[in-house]
Design a protein around this ligand. Structure first.
Ligand code: SAM
Length: 395
């Protein structure tokens, strides 16, 4: 099978399989080999890499990824595309695994374990209808993701990359930049796709930070402040935060906190940097009393909110309205935080006291990455893999 790099080859495949585009899956297939080259170059793929491709379509980019990378895992939701990939366009690649499923529902951790939990590069021409949920779930996943190089709507790429003062600056910019460094690699016109999308597109690379560029004592409060600031972006920060349903600070408290940080009471959220929001969260959180920790609340999502706001609603804070009422009644203020449960892989290592002699202590290896483990270890400290009694005995 030749590379799928021009419209004629794509049309031939579509006709051969009587394939009908599914609008609900955001199917706009790439038909320009030069654009595929640009994506591969931006992702800096090498033979050492494991690549996760989201939505391979008929395999236009998958073919090139299989040529350039060590291993490729491609997740495609549309069942009709699987035979095309497996039996035709990508049938010759031994380093490719094709999974039929929804990327938002799959256990990616499980998949990465099969590749020794090595750092992965995500590459995709994303379905635009779920760009933000996919990116935020990857960024927040704490999985070993090195970079995410994706085709997205041009406007969304600009919002991710921009800083304070721009009209595009908002909650998405701050959330993305907390986790990664964005780099806008290329703009892509609509005629590079079939069918043509009615928006411009761009390739953006997000290189994940080893640790966030700012530190805050209270990440969830920082994101709640960011959400509230940009939910009502024309209001001053004092009014925006003071009126936000999920926050409970009085306008006086906010004015005072802003003054402490050197901001005037008329400042707007769009002028604050990520570092400013982190400092504001620290300053305001010192006024709080943390009473309990639990799970994410269900149903905090506002379905009418813009995409990035909806995603950020998944951040763990709750009880806003009830707290406001308590405050108006002058009863003691209670703040209930809902911390996200850490993924199992980050469960602190529970090492049961070993009754064995020193010599036999390290006598199994991690079944995922090969690290030597004590018999009593159920979770590998190197890769996070759960052993389930399946460690391999070393002679
Ligand atoms: N990569 C192909 C290309 O560039 O020609 C196709 C890109 S097309 C914009 C998006 C692809 O993502 C489609 O193949 C679509 O079926 C798939 N897709 C949509 N939603 C998905 C989901 N939730 N999980 C996995 N794949 C999905």
């Amino acid at each position: 099978m030749a590379y799928l790099s021009d419209p004629k080859e794509t049309i031939a495949i579509l006709q051969k399989y009587h394939f009908n585009f599914q609008k609900k899956f955001g199917q706009n297939f790439l038909i320009d080999g030069h654009v595929v080259d640009k994506i591969i170059a931006a992702a800096e793929i090498t033979k050492d890499d494991v690549v996760l491709e989201i939505g391979p379509g008929i395999g236009t980019m998958t073919q090139r990824l299989c040529e350039e990378a060590g291993d490729v895992v491609a997740v495609e939701i549309d069942k009709n595309l699987i035979p095309i990939l497996k039996e035709d366009t990508c049938k010759n690649y031994g380093n490719l695994r094709i999974i039929q499923g929804d990327i938002l529902k799959l256990d990616i951790k499980e998949i990465l374990f099969e590749y020794g939990f090595r750092p992965v590069k995500v590459v995709a021409n994303l379905p635009y209808y779920i760009t933000t949920p996919i990116l935020m779930s990857l960024l927040e996943s704490r999985l070993p993701i090195e970079s995410i190089t994706v085709m997205v709507q041009k406007e969304v790429a600009e919002r991710m990359e921009t800083g304070p003062g721009s009209k595009d600056y908002g909650a998405l910019s701050l959330a993305v930049q907390y986790y990664a460094e964005p780099y806008l690699a290329a703009n892509v016109p609509a005629n590079c796709f079939m069918p043509r999308p009615n928006v411009g597109s761009a390739v953006i690379r997000l290189t994940l930070h080893d640790k966030p560029p700012v530190s805050t004592r209270d990440e969830s409060l920082m994101f709640a402040l960011i959400r509230a600031s940009f939910n009502q972006r024309r209001k001053t920060l004092v009014n925006g935060l003071g009126n936000a349903a999920e926050l409970f600070f009085t306008k006086e408290e906010i004015t005072e906190a802003l003054a402490d940080l050197g901001f005037s009471p008329t400042v707007r959220g769009e002028t604050l940097t990520l570092a400013d929001f982190a400092k504001l969260a620290d300053r305001l959180s010192s006024a709080q009393e943390i009473t309990s920790r639990g799970k994410y609340p269900a149903g905090v999502t506002d379905v009418n909110a813009p995409d990035e706001i909806r995603m950020l609603y998944a951040a763990p804070i709750m009880g806003g309205r009830r707290r406001r009422k308590e405050r108006m009644d002058d009863t003691p203020m209670m703040v209930v935080y809902a911390a996200p449960p850490l993924p199992k892989i980050f469960t602190p290592l529970q090492e049961a006291p070993s009754k064995k002699s020193k010599n036999s202590e390290y006598n199994v290896t991690c079944r995922f990455c090969g690290t030597k483990l004590s018999m009593s270890m159920t979770i590998c400290p190197a890769c996070g893999g759960e052993q389930n009694g399946g460690g391999t005995t070393v002679c």
